[in-house]
Structure formats: C-alpha cells, structure tokens
Design a protein around this ligand. Sequence first.
Ligand code: SER
Length: 890
Amino acid sequence: MTPSQASRSTPPTTSADIRQAYLDFFQQRGHKLRASSSLVPEGDPTLLFTTAGMVQMKDYFLGRTKAPAPRMTSCQKCFRTTDIDSVGDSKHLTFFEMLGNFSVGDYFKKEAVAWAWEFVTDVLKLPKERLWATVYLDDDEAYGYWRALGVPEERMRRYGESDNWWGPPGDEGPCGPCSEIHYDFGAEYGCGKPGCGEPSCPCGRFVELWNLVFMQFYQDKQKKRTPLPKPNIDTGAGLERFSAVQQGKRTVYDTDVFQPLLRGIARLAGTTYDKDESADYAMRVVAEHARGVTFLIADGVTPGNEGRGYVLRRILRRAVRFGKKAGLKSPFVGQIAQAVIERMGKQYPELVRQRESILRVIGEEETRFSETLDAGMAILNESLLDAGIRGDHTLLGTEVFRLHDTYGFPPELTEEIARERGFTIDRAGYEREMEAQRERARASTKFTVGERGSVDAYQRFAKSGLRFVGYDTKRHKSKVVGILAGGAPVQGAEKGQEVEVVLQETPFYAEGGGQVGDTGVLRGPRGVIQVTDTQRPLADVFIHRGKVVEGGVAVGDSMDAEVDAARRDDIASNHTGTHLLHAALRKVLGPQVRQAGSLVAPERLRFDFSQLVALAPEELSQVQALVNDKVRQDVPVRYKVLPYAQAVAEGALAFFGEKYGDEVRVVEVDGDADAFSRELCGGTHVARTGVIGLCLVVSESSVGSGMRRVEALTGRAAEAHVQSRLGLLERVARQLQATPDTLDARVKALQDELDKERKRASALERDVAKRAVESLLADVRQGDGVNVLAARVPASTTEALRETGDWLKAKLKSCVLVMGAVIEEQPRFVVMVTPDLVQKGYHAGDIVKKVAAVAGGGGGGRPELAQAGGKQKDKLDEALRLVPQFVKRS
Ligand code: SER
C-alpha cells in the first residue's frame, strides 16, 4: 500500500508522505508528473531564480511551446530573495518546495477549486471549519464554486489586487486573478486588533495554504495585459506549510522539515533548540540558509559578486555570521549541508551527485569569509561608534563599501547588523563608491585610458552614426571622421606617429563578447596606417589603433580599410568553435552549464563555464567528438536580428548579467527549429562549420570555485598542434629506439628495467651502509654514565638513517644514538633512546633540538625517537662531536 492509498484512511503527516499524496492525487486525475526543474530558470534571463512551479510551464501557457500534456503536476524547488533579511523569524523561507497542479488550456476554475477542496478536506482531512477561501473582487464564478462545495459565506472573502492577483514573475509574463485557501489556527493566536479574524490580518493567526491562479493574461513591461490564447490553471501550495498544519505545529520550523536540522545545529553549538529565542533565531537562519545554499550549489550556482552568485554569497555569509552568534565554530555550514543532502537526496538526487562539489564550494567560501568576519566586525563596531558620536546614526557609504570590499560583508549584512543596533546605512553613498570602483575596473581592464586619453575624448563620436560593416566583408572604403594622438583629437598625423583612427564605417571588428579586435591596414591618399588593435570605448564608437607607417593621414581622407583576412578567418573559426563547444558541453553535462566568460583569439579559444567537478576524460572526448561531428557535417552558420524577447523565447542562450539591447543578433548553427546551437552573439563566424576543419580540446582545468575552463584549437592552429605532437612522438620514439606504435611497450619495458635497477641499487646501498655501521660500534662512548654513539652515516634518505639507527639500537641494547647525514644538501639528524634510558629520563626530542641548533636548525619528537634538520651542512661533524655534552637527563 502506498502512503497515499493509506492516506484515505489515515491522513499523511510527514512531509515526504504529503508530497507523495499530493502528486498521487493529481496523477490519479490525469495529470502528468513533471520533475522539478532547476532553481536556475532555463533560457530565461528575466528571472533570477525559479520562484514558483509555473516557471517551467511559462512557455506552455504562452502558447510558445506545445505542452507534453494538458494536465501536469509537480513538486518544484523554489527560491525567493524578497525576504532574506526576515529569515530567522518563524515564518520566512528562501528555499521551499511548491506542490502544484497545472492545466494548459484544459480544465479551469471549477475543477481546480473542487480538487483543491477535496485534497485538503478528504486527503489531508483538515477540519472544514478552519478553512477559508478568498477570491478576486469580482470573481463571482470562483465564489460560486466554493459556496457550492459548502464553504459558508462567513468564511469567504473578496480581496483586491494585492492579495488576489498573481504574477507575473519577473518583469513580464503570464498572470491572472487568484483564489486562495487559508487555514485558521484559532482566535487564541490572533492579535485581537480590529480586522483580525480574517485571512488578510498579517498577525499569524491565518496561514495561506494554497493559491489557485486563473492564468488568463500576459502582462508586458509596460504593465499592459493581453488575454492568453487559452485560460490556464496554475496552483501552488507550500509543502512546508502543509506539513505544519498536518503536524499540528504553528511554524514551518517546528515540522519534520527543519527540526532534525535544528537539533543537529543545537548539538554542534552545545545547546538545545527552544531554550532561548535569540539563539533559536540564529539557529533558524543557519538551518534555512544552509538548506538554500546546498540546493543553489547543486544547480550550478557558485558564489560571486553579481546576480545569482551574489545571492548565494549573501545567504552563506549571513549563515556564518548567525552561526557565530549561536555559538558555532566555523567551518560548520558543510556539516549542515551534509544533513540536508542525507534528508533530501532521495527526492533530489542532484544533491547526492553533487555532494563533493557542494561541500567544497561551501568550505572554500565559508573559510574565506570567516577569516575576515572578526576583523570586519571590529571595524564595523568602530564605525558604528563613530556614527553614534557624530549623532547621525548613519553608517557612511565609504565604510559600508570598505566592509564589502576588504572584509567581504555584503551591504545587506552590514545594514542588518546596523539595524540591530538602531543605525541605518548610507546606501546611496555605498552605490557611488561601487560605481566608482566599477569605473576603475572598466578603465583598467577594458580600455586603456590615461596616456590614450579618457573615455570623454571618444564621446564626441557617439552621435556620428558610426557603423560596423564587417559581418559580410573584410574590406571597405570609408572616410576618416576623427584622429586622436596621445588621447587628444588632432587634424592629421605623420609617419611614425601612434594614432587612433575613427572611420565612418568599418569592416574591423572591435573587441567584444570575448572576441579580440581586428588588425589590418588603412590605405589613404596620403599614406598607410598599420592597425594593431580595434576597440570600442563606447557602445557605438569603433577606434582603430595603430601607427602611421607611410606618409600621413588627415581627417576627411577616404581610406581603404582592409582587415588581416587570414587572422580574421582564424578568429571566426575559433568563435564558431566556441559556440559548438558550448552546445556540446550542455548536451554532455546538462543544461546547468553556463558560460562565464570566453576568449576568442586567432590562435586559440578559451571557454569558462559553471561546473562543479572536473570533466572525466570520457566526457571531454564525448564533447570533442560531438563538436567534430558537426564540423564534418559542414552545416551552415546563420544569423538573424530579432527583438530580444523573441530571441529568448525561441531558446537562444542569453546570460544573466549580460546587457543586451532591444534588438539582438542570434547566431544559429544547423537548422531553424531545432538548432544545434543558438546564442545571442555579436561576433564574427564562419559561414559553414566545415571551415573549422578540426577542433581539438587541449586542456581542461579549474578557475576558482565551481568554474571550469576549456581551451581548444581549431583550423590551422589545430593542424599545427597535431603536427607538432606527431613530430614529438617521432622524436621520442627514435630516441628510445622504437616506433610510435611500439613506444608504449618500449616505455613500459624501460620502466620495469629501471625499477629492477633501483631495487638492486638500494639493496647494495643498504649492504654497504650496514658494513660501515658495523665499524661504528667501536665509537660508542660514555656520556653521563650511559652508552652514547654519535656518528655520521652514509644514508641518502631519512628512512635509511632511521633504519641504521634501528639496527644499531638492536646491537647496543642500551644507548643514546645520534646519527647525522647530509640529505639533499642539508644536514639531518635522528636521535634514538632505548626504553631503559627513557625511563631514566633521557629524551630524544630534547637532545635533537640541541644537536640541530649547532647546524642552524631545529626539530623535536618523542622521548624515544626524534628527528631534525639544519641549514649548515658543514656544521654536521661539529654537531656530532658535541653530542656527549648534550646527553643529560631531563
Ligand atoms: N504561481 C502561484 C504562486 O506562486 C501559484 O503556483 O503562488
């Protein structure tokens, strides 16, 4: 009997059983089960995270893609950022699971209402008198359905847009009126103020259990609503809230979802939960954020300073700070993440798959932040004190920025701490500092200002209607509209001068989107300019940097601009290669792969992407094989210019954080409907993939936490690489008197031979040493009334030195042994004391310290065995000579 069958007689109580009962209930009513999609919405840069079950259904509702079934149900992982600062109280969550049922143009209000009612009253068996229903102001239809099911008028309410209208998620999207089921914990939990006693009172007496959205409109950025092709149903119920009411608890933190985590955290902190409210608050923050962090990383988010990465960083750091308050010692977040993985890994196998990476990313980030947390707190305390003395109770923007920049305090964290002490922060001042820093970074990485003048110098060309014409041509005649020398505008320049030339139209591609700038020549009536780089200091200003190599140039000249064609062809080959590689990586590793940066140069390409673990060799060869299949198929590469929203709707990969204009260029490889690759891209590409010839991945490595880098070669560079590797193979084979085919076996044979020889040599060495050591027995002296032997030993490793010692000890029975040798150019000592002498108070560690000190070193160890190194090898003998003085009881 499944839990849900059981639920007909016994209502489900655990969160796992409730989830199952819900999904079973809707599957029995013809709904297709959909797996939860990623927390990172696919191909939808308008949305930071998946915030509801409907996110993966959006395109079906909009009629852009055909739904796999008209009725669907899911338990969707969701993440909301709006309440981060409130997490810790007993209500708010960032990460939660949303149960939902969806109709794509199939059933509508009547069924949605009836099934929701049946589920809560018949499956969950919630007492009807505790349930309320709300509808949108004029939604008489929904009102009527609830009434027909027996909900009395006194437990029904009509609310306006702020309560009973849902969506759109993000800037634009589907939306509609909604109807909600609320649960009443009872008058004893109310605030008693006027208006308490109905669901709209925020005091906590009521909890919203289920939201049924009647998805009927599309709302655009201007907030204009147009009816959707067909009305749809989107419902959402928080699993954690269902769990609370089923388990008879007031808050989600008292349920089986959080209690095991909270108990674990309390144990780590050496306390118990539910003893002290401020400690409980801190522990709730830790539990909630650790859970969120675990799920975000599993879906490919890595800590960063923007977008999703920033949210992850912010909650992880908030967890570390509150953990400290609760008495936890860093690192601790990883331990809680482990507990999350154990509890939820069955439902979300990605947690188990990514366990290692989750723990690694958390570990790195937590260590980094906890190192600066104390220092940052000290600075913050001082700044708050200053602000108090100044009497304005506002933390200066420069201080908030410094805490962020030097100590890793997200401004929201600083703000929260300040608020706890009755202060505010100067947010605008902070933003100004940030902007200034961004400007500095832009200036230093993107564009060299200073000796070449400031960005202002280029402003004058911004409205000149300059155009890039180089997608289809590498040569073009155009007019010089400006010349800069040393950053200042000039009318002309002569041979030998470094200049920046602005043309009305140019076939030269300016560095952007990872692709390097073009080089080439500009030929005019007066002379020739060799262009060594093309840049774009402002969106519509292209400048050619180079040197006048013949004659001169003047503003107004007509010039024949010619791009270095072979170089551009190599670049194009690498750029298309990058797109193929990106598509292949997503096909092999999964859609969580996200581009993080790229370099497209003539001689190579580099592609950085979010991926937590290293690629297995077979994955890498699979990626390369997929790319080269496409190369051999010689498929066309096409581009089109589309409105941004349409491009994204058609599935073009766009990346959060990138800025795109209203019109975007979409580059497609192979096919229209089902393109192998489709990306928003302004770069230059080959016309057909066959031109690439061959794509070779030459390295795969890590670049920071959660980020991998692949480097590859295409075309001529790939050929040259193969050529040089084959040459190397030939040369090595010849040196080893083999052929490339027999090289493997030859190397193996040589290795075996070497191993055998090594063993023989060390046996001989040991033999020689033993003989030499035997002669040492004669050197035993008396010191402090015991046998002392100090000797230089012909050993080449510390192990050999110790082995000699063991052997001597066995012979001498009762002694203090001090042996020295020069190992890898440094003096090394091993001291041994037999047990009887240890009993008497001789200590090898003490002795070795004194001996090594003579040779400029130090060391230590146990009473019976100790070793040390020194710096001056020529002091070795002297140290050994002095040994008898050092042998003293301690
Ligand atoms: N989209 C609605 C919500 O998030 C119902 O799923 O509440």
